[in-house]
Design a protein around this ligand. Structure first.
Ligand code: M6R
Length: 604
């Protein structure tokens, strides 16, 4: 977590840094700070709280200078206080450091540094970096950083400045860092949106890279000091795509972008005539004996959905795990296993480590990823990009729908390759997929109805979400969205499991959201609704348009258009996203930056 920015050039660094941090605030918002080289020397201003608190402080204490660094923090070691905010400086104030990640051996380093006379002002792991660099410094900051990192174990994106050197020195291992290339100016950031107002030409640093950045250029070396050549990538995201586009919140904008996202994810890949999908993967589907799907949070629910489709269409035994469990359960993997890691950011450390575990055991690897150039893209053999565009809202929405579409395409493709899915069966699914953008658009028109339902239930203390088969992951995703942004306790269960325990929760105070679209388990779901009603529960049903039965049973119904049952989650999740959004707004929550969360979780 944490957002990092750096600037060197001809503009006022403070303005560039604050602007960049604003675009990275989704990565953490516990505190923020900047260090700028002013005519009086290197000066630091940092404050606990959101970026707006720092911005206010900078109105009083104006920092003017052509280079500097900035940081927005998601607290790991030490509370969100002013002293724990970054940048951290050496005692003489000549060196300042910002860091994203975790220094695993910081306690032993800190002990040793203390014994050698260093005095610490924060409880963070990051501060050891400033002291280590100070110790190693003999006139060359780049060299000092390199030597300091030799003693460090853990994850880092780190940037250091020294008031006597007109340069930014940086390094990364595990945590992301991108260099933006300008004319007579250069930039650094944890993520691309911070660079977009200034440049689209970027270099993604790789694990183990160190960089020296001046106004004129960039020099990249490895930890041993050997020069490296890294590709300059042209980013095609527009700045507008990364901004709110007139919506009050990024989350709402991203929900409304979903028809377009589906066009992007599916477009150009569906081959209805052939009954196949063009994914450009080098996979030999017949050589696969099993699939392991690894992901976290929302991406994990997309993985769970993928399991159902891969088994149904490609008949490949598929296991699905949250990555933090997968990594430590000693999974049975061999070279006939395909490990699929799903991630919006491509930087989630649990997912990366889970993938590495599968890879070390010999698995073939595939990433289903949104962020181009992210760490995960470099660790997998094949990438299936979901093309959702930048997702800024901490609660994932459009990436989820794109992940579902990507997993559905993959299942069709593998099914065709293995001969387990007929050409006609594939054609039917592809024709249905083609309709998805339009169907999602129709669901978005139901927002007033969803807002009305939100009004009715937003004071509830708890919610239960139920769904079966492919709609079980939808139920879990609906509950996660509500928890994340409204802070209402929400549980999800496979509907058939309700009678084995959660049914005890049901009374007249409990709203129960049931995914009850038409499909093979429709009748069974109707019985589950009856069971809820019999105990006084309030049912909010997501039902197929034209369903005559459900309105007789449920207090509230949100109709969604009919589509192939295997694709129903792609339309059904939309009202659940809207419901969570409307409830959170009614409760006055911070929708885009919910408490305790960060967009990209780069710590274990
Ligand atoms: O970037 P990733 O897709 O790897 O992120 C995984 C989860 O951290 C993420 O989905 C998280 O659960 C979101 N807050 C969900 O809205």
């Amino acid at each position: 977590m944490c957002g990092i920015v750096g600037y060197i050039g001809f503009r006022n660094a403070t303005d560039v840094l604050i602007d960049g941090l604003r675009r990275l605030e989704y990565r953490g918002y516990d505190s923020a700070g900047v260090a700028v080289r002013t005519p009086e020397g290197l000066r630091v201003v940092k404050r606990s709280g959101k970026l707006s608190v720092l911005a206010e402080a900078l109105k009083e204490e104006r920092l003017e200078g052509p280079w500097g660094i900035g940081h927005t923090r998601w607290a790991t070691h030490g509370a969100p206080t002013d002293p724990n905010a970054h940048p951290h400086t050496t005692e003489d104030g000549r060196i300042a450091v910002i860091h994203n990640g975790i220094i695993e051996n910081y306690l032993e380093l800190k002990e040793a540094l203390r014994a050698r006379g260093h005095r610490f002002r924060s409880e963070t792991d990051s501060e050891v970096l400033a002291h280590l660099i100070e110790e190693k410094y003999q006139g060359d900051l780049f060299q000092a950083l390199r030597e300091a990192l030799m003693e460090v174990r853990g994850a880092y994106a780190v940037v250091a400045v020294h008031q006597d050197h007109e340069e930014l020195v940086a390094a990364r291992t595990v945590s992301p860092l991108v260099i933006g290339l300008g004319e007579g100016e250069n930039f650094l950031a944890s993520d691309v949106p911070a660079l977009l107002p200034y440049t689209r030409r970027v270099i993604f640093l790789h694990d183990g890279d160190l960089a020296r950045i001046t106004r004129e250029g960039v020099e990249i070396r490895d930890l041993e000091g050997n020069p490296l050549a890294r590709e300059v990538v042209e980013i095609d995201w527009t700045l507008e795509a990364a901004e709110k586009g007139g919506f009050p919140h990024y989350m709402l904008k991203e929900i409304y972008e979903q028809p377009w996202v589906l066009e992007n994810t599916l477009g150009g890949r569906l081959r209805e005539e052939e009954g196949d999908v063009e994914l450009g993967l080098g996979l030999d589907s017949k050589a696969l004996e099993r699939i392991h799907v690894i992901a976290c949070g929302t991406a994990a629910y997309a993985g769970w959905y993928g399991k159902y489709l891969l088994e149904a269409l490609a008949r490949i035994p598929t296991e699905w795990d949250v990555a933090s469990e997968y990594r430590y359960r000693d999974p049975v993997v061999d070279e006939r296993t395909l490990a699929i890691a799903i991630s919006q950011s491509g930087e989630t450390i649990d997912t990366l480590e889970g993938l590495r575990e599968a890879k070390a055991k010999g698995a073939r690897t595939l990433g289903v990823i949104n962020a181009k150039g992210s760490s995960l893209t470099r660790e997998v053999e094949d990438v299936l990009y979901i093309h959702a565009g930048p997702e800024i809202g901490v609660a994932s929405t459009k990436a989820y729908i794109a992940m579902l579409a990507a997993m559905a395409m993959l299942a069709v493709h593998l099914g065709r390759g293995r001969g387990t899915l007929s050409q006609e069966g594939a054609r039917e699914l592809l024709r249905e997929m083609r309709k998805l953008p339009r169907l999602v658009e129709e669901v978005l028109e139901k927002r007033p109805l969803v807002a009305h339902i939100a009004e009715k239930y937003h004071q509830a203390q708890d919610f239960l979400f139920l769904g079966r088969h492919v709609q079980a992951p939808t139920a879990y995703e609906g509950a996660l969205k509500l928890k994340e942004i409204s802070y209402i306790h929400a549980e999800a269960y496979p509907a058939g499991e309700m009678k084995h325990g959660p049914i005890a929760l049901i009374d007249e105070h409990l709203p129960v959201v049931v995914l009850a679209t038409r499909g093979p388990l429709y009748e069974k779901t109707l019985s589950n609704i009856q069971e809820v009603r019999a105990r006084g529960g309030k049912v909010i049903a997501i039902a197929t348009e034209g369903d005559g039965e459900i309105p007789k049973l449920a207090q509230d119904v949100i109709p969604v258009p009919e589509v192939h049952p295997l694709l129903a989650p792609i339309v059904s999740v939309v009202p659940l996203q809207l419901l969570a959004y409307e409830i959170a707004v009614l409760l006055g929550r911070d929708v885009d930056q919910p408490r305790n969360l960060a967009k990209s979780v780069t710590v274990e």
